[in-house]
Ligand binder design. Sequence first.
Ligand code: PBG
Length: 324
Amino acid sequence: MNELRTRLRRLRRTEALRRLVRETRLSPEDFVYPLFVVHGSGVRNAIPSMPGQAQLSIDQLPAEARELRALGIPAVLLFGIPASKDEQASEAYAPDGIVQQAVRALKQADPALLVITDVCLCEYTSHGHCGIVRDGDVDNDATLPLLARTALSHAQAGAGMVAPSAMMDGQVAAIRQALDENGFAQTPIMAYAAKYASAFYGPFREAAESAPQFGDRRGYQMDPANVREALREIEADIAEGADIVMVKPALAYLDVLARARQRFDLPLAAYNVSGEYAMIKAAAANGWLDEKRVVLEVLTAIKRAGADIVITYHAKDAARWLKE
Ligand code: PBG
């Protein structure tokens, strides 16, 4: 028995020892909380497939900002549901569009809150695709000016960071140029660099009313089978001027996160997406999983794999649990 010199259990015996040797620490400061904003007033439309999440009207946002500040969550990611959709995604870049209004309301409520905007057209197009459709296909180069215009309008409304998610080639460069030429050289870009064509976005498309009306997004989002291609996507976005790069979704792509962490030194974000949230909520509601333990385990795993920043619908709950 005594020849067993290495006993890994020695450091697991008490909570104090375990805390001392813990390699990954989760904090509310790691989180970005997504918000869905809609027109109207007094609106809190619960999203059935995302229990605990709702579409909110502008007047609900100051209270939201106060709650996030109290919980120590530094940032939000905004998605908008427009009043009407068209082929050109007009409301995406309208100065008084829903996201532009939401940015102004949140910055007024709490100037210290980091307001990040999702830059995409899918919520705003009548066909639900992420760009301009020509002959049944999304036209990459025709979409770039509209993405740039959208990002610029967000910055002009006061956004602290823009996050392009349309998966068009050259979108980061187009946005960087538009920002730089218009006085926003200091506005950072968080690129959805490796964004997969994932079935885990299902609940989000209900929340954001952005399901494509024909076809799917496999012509522009990545094939779940590929990891080397993800590294090329990230490399391209860095070359175009991205300040932060993202892998999305998170849980089925932890290997992609780990590879990206090894290869690149930029801050790395992971998006713990709607379907990942919905699975845990559904199992917890059935009494099949301990929600608190599972959520903290999953968020810790995303950080352990290499993420510095975790975008998650669990942010508020997790922040509360971390304070207990
Ligand atoms: C917009 C966008 C999507 C998500 C974030 N930005 C949906 C999509 O690409 O279909 C998904 C987020 C989630 O599932 O939580 N393009």
